[in-house]
Design a protein around this ligand. Structure first.
Ligand SMILES: Cc1ncc(COP(=O)(O)O)c(C=O)c1O
Length: 388
């Protein structure tokens, strides 16, 4: 069968090879006495809190499972709007909030709405791998700008200005970032937005990890920079609902109807059950639980990152959000891909090598996820100490 050429532009996740090898080894006798510890997981080890699960059960019991509006349930859009005001001090009217099938659905809609064939979108190297593929799927081209520790692994306004050409349509940023857990400082974000705006471009900011921010200096939404920013968010990470497939985007007023038309045609609506359940995320009891879990993630970071630094697996920039540490392993091995397999075999640790996240300097880095309980992290550090 002949497949469309766009499928060839989308690379496979190499890291799945690593994950498969880890799962295979975990089942083998070699791991009987020392089970595999998974530090490669990109999702919270918590599940949705009780009120959310009860709301989903109620929704199913009452048969409220019909399609919703393509933009999503208005009460949920209103709750998200109130959450922006309460948590981030930013006024985002519900009419600009579009519910989607995860951040992934939102990123696809944003790219389809904004990217013409041949358009270029600037993003940092390293970045979340799917971001460049969302751009490719819309027939655009992701231009990955090497962004090192001195830039918090993020784009700078200077880099944006230098890389801009007549083909550039905008920037796609993630703050905090996957794989580095580092954010763009609000001042720098302001300067980036000014550069993009001056050139008539679009600023898209993936804020999926903003709820999991540990430093007030960085925990600021890009929406504070103006009504022309497109932001992406999700119930997957802070709200611990990865498999429910629910996210949202905040779009400029003029983009709502365009995105609505695309969403109606491409997806009809996001999951109705997930939307009804998500209403309960904003109950006082659920929010208190989310905050307790955020504190738990922070405690894990405060254990893991200094421990890695002491071992020589240096984390050049302290992550201020998400649940990832981006550690430099170049003292121990020239290529983090081989090294990840080596650690898997010798220490029974599943760790993500840098390869999928870009090309600039990713061979130096491993991504360790601390979406796993503290005792497991302590054991992981003990094993690393033994191996290094
Ligand atoms: C930066 C980033 N954006 C988007 C996504 C996709 O999230 P969702 O589950 O909401 O589709 C992920 C998932 O890991 C991510 O890390």
């Amino acid at each position: 069968m002949k497949f469309a050429s766009r499928t060839a532009r989308i690379e496979p996740f190499y890291v799945m090879e690593c994950a498969k090898a880890a799962a295979e080894l975990a089942r083998s006798p070699a791991c009987r006495n020392e089970p595999m510890i998974y530090l490669n997981i990109g999702e919270p080890d918590f599940t949705a809190p009780p009120l959310v699960r009860e709301a989903a059960e109620r929704c199913l019991r009452d048969g409220r499972t019909q399609y919703t509006d393509a933009l999503g349930l208005l009460p949920l859009r209103e709750r998200i709007s109130a959450w922006y005001a309460q948590r981030f001090g930013v006024d985002v009217p519900a009419r600009r909030i579009v519910l989607t099938a995860g951040a992934s659905g939102a990123l696809q809609l944003a790219c389809l709405a904004l990217v013409e064939p041949g358009d270029e979108i600037l993003m940092p190297d390293p970045s979340y791998p799917c971001n460049r593929h969302f751009v490719s799927a819309a027939e655009g081209r992701a231009v990955m700008l090497p962004s090192g520790p001195e830039q918090r692994f993020q784009l700078s306004a200077t880099a944006v200005a230098q890389a801009w050409t007549e083909r550039t349509r905008g920037v796609l940023l993630a703050s905090p970032s996957n794989p580095t857990g580092t954010s763009i400082a609000p001042d720098e974000m302001k300067r980036i937005v000014e550069q993009v705006r001056a050139r008539g471009g679009a600023t898209i900011v993936d804020e999926i990890y903003l709820g999991l921010s540990y430093d007030e200096a960085f925990g600021v939404s890009a929406l504070t920079q103006g009504d022309d920013i497109v932001t992406i968010n999700s119930f997957s990470k802070y709200f611990n609902m990865t498999g429910w497939r629910l996210g949202w985007m905040v779009v400029p007023e003029s983009m709502v109807a365009v995105v609505e038309k695309l969403a109606q045609n491409l997806y009809i609506c996001p999951s109705t059950v997930a939307q009804h359940a998500a209403l309960a995320c904003f109950e006082r009891e659920s929010l208190a639980e989310y905050e307790r879990r955020r504190a738990e993630f922070r405690a894990r970071r405060d254990f893991l990152v200094p421990a890695l630094n002491r071992l020589g697996l240096t984390v050049p920039v302290m992550p201020d959000g998400a649940f990832y540490a981006w550690a430099d392993c170049s003292t121990f091995a020239p290529d983090s891909w081989d090294y990840a397999f080596d650690l898997m075999r010798r220490a029974h640790l599943a760790i993500t090598p840098g390869r999928d996240f870009g090309q600039a300097d990713t061979k130096r880095y491993l991504r360790l996820s601390y979406a796993t309980a503290l005792p497991q992290l302590e054991e992981a550090v003990t094993r690393l100490r033994r191996c290094l």
